[in-house]
Design a protein around this ligand. Structure first.
Ligand SMILES: C[S@@+](CC[C@H](N)C(=O)[O-])C[C@H]1O[C@@H](n2cnc3c(N)ncnc32)[C@H](O)[C@@H]1O
Length: 268
C-alpha cells in the first residue's frame, strides 16, 4: 500500500543506516510529546522520549482502558502505544493497524506480547477497515487521523467496530472555529505528506452522525510545542528542508492557526 509520508521515509532511512540517535528517539513512538514543563523544556533525547511516553500514558488514561479488553490502535506507527498497553494490562487483545508495511515490519521485530496478551498487526487503511462489527472495546488513533482520506468514513467504521460502552480516543491538530474549510489541507507537504484539518464543531457533528458523542476535548498545544524544535534539530542534521517546515508549522501553532488537541468520543 502506498502512502506519502516523507517524515517516515526520513526516519526509516536513518534507521536503515543504523543511526543511534534515531534508533533511540523512535524506539517506541513517532508523535509529539507532552512536555511536563514546556517553558523550561530541555530539548535532549531523554526528555523528548519522556514527553512522548507522557502523551501515550495520558491517552491510555483518557480512554479508560481496562484489563480484559480488545483494543485497536489505528495508525500504530512502530507500535509504541501497543507496547505500553502490553506492559500495563493483562489479559488484553491488541491489534495494530497501519497503512505502511515498512512500519509494521519494524513493529513486528520489536514487539512480543507478554504471556496472556495477544497482539496482531494488520496492514490496511483506516478508512477501509474489515474487522467484524463490535470487535473492540476501545479504538485509539494517536496523531494519525489528519492523514486519513476521510474522517467521516473513519468515524463510520469506528462506530461499527466498537462494542456498546466503547470509545474512540485520539489526538489531532484542530483549526480554530471560523477558519475557512480546507484551509490547511494539502497532499504534498514536503515533511508531513497529505494532511487535512477541521475544527471542534465539525468534529462534534461528525461524531453525532454516527452515534459517537464528543465527551472530552482539550487543547494541549502549550505542552507539545517544544517538539517542533526538538524534531527540527534531529531531522535538520540530515534534512534541512524538514527543519524549515517544522519552524513554519510551529509558527502556525504560535499564531493560533492550529491547536493540538486530545479528543474522546463515546459510543451512544
Ligand atoms: C504521526 S504517526 C503516529 C504513529 C503512532 N500512532 C505513534 O503515536 O507513534 C502517523 C501514523 O498514521 C499512519 N497512517 C497514515 N495514514 C493512514 C491510513 N489511511 N490508515 C492507517 N494508518 C495510517 C502512518 O503510517 C503513521 O504510522
Amino acid at each position: 500500500m502506498h502512502v506519502k509520508l516523507p517524515y517516515f521515509d526520513m526516519i526509516l532511512a536513518r534507521l536503515a543506516q543504523g543511526d543511534p540517535d534515531f534508533e533511540e528517539a523512535f524506539r517506541r513512538h513517532v508523535h509529539f510529546g507532552a512536555w511536563e514543563d514546556p517553558d523550561n523544556a530541555y530539548l535532549d533525547r531523554p526528555d523528548s522520549i519522556k514527553a512522548m511516553d507522557r502523551l501515550c500514558l495520558h491517552l491510555i488514561k483518557l480512554a479508560d482502558i481496562q484489563d480484559g479488553q480488545d483494543i485497536l490502535d489505528v495508525g500504530c506507527g512502530f507500535g509504541g502505544t501497543l507496547a505500553t498497553l502490553d506492559e500495563q494490562f493483562s489479559p488484553v487483545r491488541l491489534t495494530g493497524l497501519n497503512i505502511d508495511e515498512r512500519q509494521l515490519e519494524v513493529a513486528r521485530g520489536r514487539l512480543f506480547p507478554r504471556p496472556g496478551n495477544q497482539l496482531d498487526f494488520v496492514l490496511g487503511d483506516a478508512c477501509e477497515m474489515h474487522f467484524p462489527p463490535r470487535s473492540f472495546d476501545r479504538v485509539l488513533a494517536v496523531e494519525c487521523i489528519f492523514h486519513f482520506p476521510s474522517r467521516k468514513t473513519f468515524f463510520g467504521h469506528v462506530a461499527r467496530v466498537l462494542r456498546p460502552g466503547g470509545n474512540l480516543t485520539l489526538t489531532d491538530f484542530l483549526q480554530p472555529e471560523g477558519a475557512p474549510a480546507a484551509h490547511f489541507d494539502t497532499t504534498d507537504d514536503p515533511l508531513w505528506g497529505s494532511h487535512t484539518a477541521i475544527g471542534l464543531q465539525a468534529y462534534r457533528e461528525l461524531g453525532e452522525e454516527v452515534g459517537l458523542v464528543l465527551t472530552h476535548a482539550h487543547d494541549i498545544s502549550r505542552h507539545v510545542r517544544p517538539t517542533y524544535h526538538w524534531f527540527g534539530q534531529l531531522l535538520g542534521r540530515h534534512y534541512p528542508e524538514a527543519e524549515a517546515v517544522l519552524k513554519e508549522s510551529q509558527l502556525i501553532m504560535d499564531l493560533g492557526g492550529l491547536g493540538y488537541c486530545t479528543l474522546r468520543f463515546d459510543l451512544r
